[in-house]
Design a protein around this ligand. Structure first.
Ligand SMILES: Cc1ncc(COP(=O)(O)O)c(C=O)c1O
Length: 375
């Protein structure tokens, strides 16, 4: 029987609600380990921090930002070896979902895997777009690269397909070869690669190289996860120049602030530093994901599923909300998964930390389970 936990608020649709959670428990945010959001556990790269510091002291703060975003677009284009007219920076991936959704709403029914990332629905709702969930079978998790799980013939009425690669919240990586046929069948294919640069060998599955030949493809990237800069708000879309020019006419005049432009330009132009950073992040996931998963799987009543990304999906036989609350009392925040359609109280998501942080998560889990076992 599931225990009822009166938390006094609706389930959060995002992780990372550090301030509210701290206030709820009468703590300062710094006293909590936030494993409900999935950012790398390192300080942002020095080149990015230096650019911010320079920006605050100079024109990046004083002047209106460059509306053409030339420098940042050129740096991103050069990193991916693509035409800069196919790049559009945005105020985080979230802002770009809003414009993608405007196009999607005009194409017809949108389909997304469920459970999946909830923000696509929010974006689509802005334009009254129709949406249909495509149920994802949670019985099959594979540790490596997997095949897109939904045969297109099953949903002939779906015109637009939204992909998250790797998937959130499962961490499943989809192969490029299995996604490519979707481009032939759908009016619009949107691939959110927010976590892909973190995934060991993940770039090989990116759809970015296909954009030049497919005007019906939009790829969205985010700097949030890779550099742990959720507060900066910076992401980019890669799509046909005509589509991006249209979005530029719809959006606010200065959607990306001057500090974000300066920091993003510096970090994306430093290609050697970026390559090293990506290798370091991927090494961390290769080391910590199997370790933390094995440690959690040794705890009675919990199953951690394999993931290609920097988060683990946890399953219990019964509700895990009480456990989440008890872990929060031990100053570790885990992601409540009730806002993911098709999940519910039996699921939690954990953002990987460095080894010290992961030990802290385990200690909190063990303490909570000792006081109140799940079985
Ligand atoms: C799959 C996925 N895409 C995109 C985002 C949002 O990224 P950004 O911070 O760049 O808006 C998130 C944030 O949680 C996410 O989980």
């Amino acid at each position: 029987m599931s225990r009822v936990v009166a938390l006094g608020h609706r389930p959060p649709t995002h992780g990372g609600n550090l301030n509210q959670e701290a206030a709820r428990m009468g703590l300062r945010p710094g006293q909590l380990l936030d494993a409900s959001a999935s950012l790398v556990p390192f300080r942002p790269p020095a080149v990015l921090r230096r650019a911010l510091k320079r920006g605050i002291q100079g024109s990046a703060l004083r002047d209106y930002p460059d509306r053409s975003q030339q420098e940042l677009r050129a740096a991103i284009a050069s990193w991916h070896a693509i035409d800069k007219e196919t790049v559009l920076p945005g105020n985080g991936a979230a802002e770009l979902f809003t414009w993608t959704a405007r196009d999607a709403a005009g194409c017809g029914l949108s389909g997304f895997l469920e459970p999946g990332f909830a923000d696509y629905r929010r974006a689509l709702a802005c334009w009254g777009g129709a949406a249909q969930g495509l149920p994802l079978d949670l019985g099959t998790f594979s540790a490596g690269v997997g095949l897109w799980p939904v045969p297109v013939e099953r949903y002939p009425e779906v015109r637009v397909i939204w992909i998250t690669n790797p998937h959130n919240p499962t961490g499943q990586l989809w192969s490029r070869a299995s996604l490519e046929p979707l481009l032939e069948r759908h009016s619009l294919v949107i691939c959110d690669e927010a976590f892909l640069p973190l995934v060991p060998n993940g770039e090989q599955q990116s759809l970015i190289p296909l954009v030049a030949d497919h005007p019906n493809l939009v790829v969205i990237r985010s700097l949030t996860k890779l550099f742990a800069v959720a507060g900066l708000r910076l992401g980019y879309a890669i799509a046909s120049p005509a589509r991006l020019q249209q979005w530029s006419q719809w959006r606010d005049p200065w959607p990306v602030n001057g500090l974000a432009l300066a920091a993003g330009s510096a970090v994306m132009a430093d290609q050697l530093g970026l390559k090293r950073w990506q290798e370091c992040v991927q090494r961390w996931i290769r080391r910590e994901e199997p370790w933390l998963r094995a440690q959690i799987n040794a705890l009675a009543g919990l199953r951690a599923h394999p993931s290609s990304a920097n988060y683990l999906l946890l399953e219990g036989d019964d509700s895990l909300l009480h456990l989440r609350e008890q872990v929060a009392r031990r100053r570790v925040l885990l992601r409540d998964c009730r806002s993911f359609a098709g999940l519910g109280e039996r699921w939690l998501r954990i953002g990987l930390q460095d080894r010290r942080g992961n030990r802290r998560i385990l200690q909190a889990l063990r303490g909570a389970l000792r006081d109140q076992p799940l079985t």
